[in-house]
Design a protein. Structure first.
Length: 83
């Protein structure tokens, strides 16, 4: 996937993940970063369990990225609360 596709997918996944986890976004830049990291984490998790990871800009990849973004956001909030 191209860098632009990762950014678009990461932004969408970060936005959706933020709305699911805490009902408000973290801000454009943090949503983007956490979404891209979430897409990578989601792809790794799905690959680890034998499914396909992020395959392109499609609905399946968006679901994988959103699940990864949710995992990353939960960990982010746990660390933020602990500090």
């Amino acid at each position: 996937m191209s860098i632009l596709a990762w950014i678009v997918l990461g932004l969408i996944a970060g936005f959706i993940g933020s709305k699911i986890v805490n009902k408000s976004g973290e801000g454009l830049i943090l949503d983007l970063v956490l979404g891209i990291v979430g897409a990578i984490v989601g792809g790794w998790l799905f690959s680890f369990f034998g499914a396909h990871g992020v395959t392109g800009v499609n609905l399946y990849s968006l679901v994988v990225a959103v699940i990864g973004a949710i995992v990353v956001l939960v960990v982010y909030h746990a660390i933020k609360k602990a500090v």
